[in-house]
Write a protein that binds this ligand. Structure first.
Ligand code: FES
Ligand SMILES: [Fe+2]
Length: 416
């Protein structure tokens, strides 16, 4: 009998076609999910964990996530951010239960061990026991039991954290084109208009594919095409960075030439000229940037989205919640120097986005359409050949080049 050697380090086999195919198992395999947490989220990448203005004062904190690892972002000094795993070093209890607030110390409810703003263990309740009996051994050193601390860097008010000492500086990780776009969006002081999260019943990567899929926007979203907010016949393109993990897809509403496209010849489900708005105020907007770009979606690998849809601005952080579930955290914002009317317009335009948004609601369900259709089929694979098979920046958005870029970067980190 010949012994077979199984490759136990790779939970799935990638199809020979490369990134123009994605095996269904990528969305359903439990072992792959665990490997992602280790190699990707706790590996050599920067993870967005919050905005600096969410923690304006020393001691302010918010809870966040790096992959599915709970973390806390704290302003530990006037110009310093710290981040640590939200898990007590004693017996692993959730340390910080509140979503946000201000603390001088973080004290665990279970046995009252307490930590400073950087996550260093400061006090242990009954460390010396009672009247000399019980307590910790004499050689116990509190400094050996700090919380697991992450490196933190920020860029234009976006705060990122990494577990890995290998991760290059944040701006190197982002790359020049992504930095330039972020500098454009975060050029002035911002103010938060609202936050919420939405829960989705699909693997997290199905949502990231959707974000990077400029092909679907005016086909799935009836509202976009019908009211001519974003159509493939507008000037625009895909900008990829580095190995393709980060991307920007953009369009300019004023450049819609119309004519000679499938929009006019009919037959597109998403185009319905019978629809009109009784109250057009929802579509009121003004030119936000001089470059004429009215729609720009930036995907920072692996799970951050920076959004400009007309004057609706937002960042979204996608958090995996197990292999078939994920949660998307939205932060809607405007600028501090906006007029009251501009703020009202931004709030009104936010009807387009979010779990019940006139546009985004379809993005919240389409991942589940895939997840439930795949079921437990581990043999099948998806097809990603729109715009060719390459990973590159392109002028056409009738393309899946940025989706292929996501997978190219993903495979590199997971060594698949
Ligand atoms: S688990 Fe936190 S103090 Fe015991
Ligand atoms: Fe969409």
């Amino acid at each position: 009998m010949t012994a077979s050697i199984e490759n136990t380090t790779t939970p799935i086999q990638w199809p020979v076609e490369g990134v123009s195919r994605v095996p269904y198992a990528a969305y359903t395999n439990e072992a792959l999910y665990a490997l992602e947490q280790e190699k990707l989220f706790r590996g050599a990448i920067w993870n967005f964990i919050g905005l600096d203005i969410e923690v304006p004062n020393v001691g302010d904190f918010k809870t966040s996530s790096v992959g599915d690892t709970p973390v806390v972002l704290v302003r530990s000094a006037p110009e310093k951010f710290s981040a640590f795993v939200n898990r007590c070093a004693h017996r692993g209890a959730t340390l910080c239960i509140d979503k946000e607030g201000n603390r001088e110390r973080f004290t665990c409810v279970y046995h009252n061990w307490s930590y400073d703003l950087e996550g260093n263990l400061k006090t242990v309740a009954f460390q010396k026991g009672v009247r000399g009996i019980g307590g910790l051994p004499a050689d116990f050193k509190t400094c050996d039991h700090n919380l697991r601390q992450l490196r933190v860097e920020s860029f234009h008010g976006l705060v990122f954290a990494t577990f890995s000492p290998e991760t290059p500086p944040l701006q190197t990780f982002l790359g020049p084109k992504m930095c330039a776009h972020m500098a454009r969006i975060f050029s002035r002081k911002i103010k938060i208009l609202g936050t919420y999260s939405q829960y989705m019943h699909n693997n997290w990567k199905l949502y990231m594919e959707n974000v990077k899929d400029s092909y679907h926007a005016s086909l799935l979203h009836l509202f976009f095409a019908t009211f001519k907010l974003n159509r493939l016949s507008m000037q625009g393109g895909l900008v990829l960075e580095g190995d393709g993990g980060h991307h920007i897809s953009f369009s300019k509403m004023a450049t819609d030439v119309g004519g000679g496209t499938e929009y006019e010849s009919g037959g597109l489900r998403a185009q319905s000229d019978d629809f009109a708005l009784r109250d057009g105020r929802i579509l009121k907007s003004w030119p936000e940037f001089e470059d004429g770009v009215t729609h720009a979606i930036q995907g920072i690998f692996p799970n951050l989205i920076v959004q400009q849809i007309q004057n609706s601005l937002a960042v979204r952080l996608l958090v995996p919640r197990g292999v078939g579930e994920c949660e998307l955290f939205w932060i809607l914002f405007g600028y501090e120097d906006d007029t009251a009317e501009q703020t009202e317009t931004r709030v009104s335009l936010s009807n387009l986005i979010g779990p019940a948004g006139l546009v985004s609601m379809e993005d919240g369900i389409i991942g589940n359409f895939i997840q439930r259709a795949i079921g437990s089929d581990t043999d099948g694979k998806t097809v990603l050949e729109m715009g060719g098979r390459a990973v590159e920046s392109q002028e056409s958005r009738v393309s899946e080049a940025s989706v292929r870029g996501f997978w190219q970067e993903y495979r590199k980190h997971l060594q698949l």
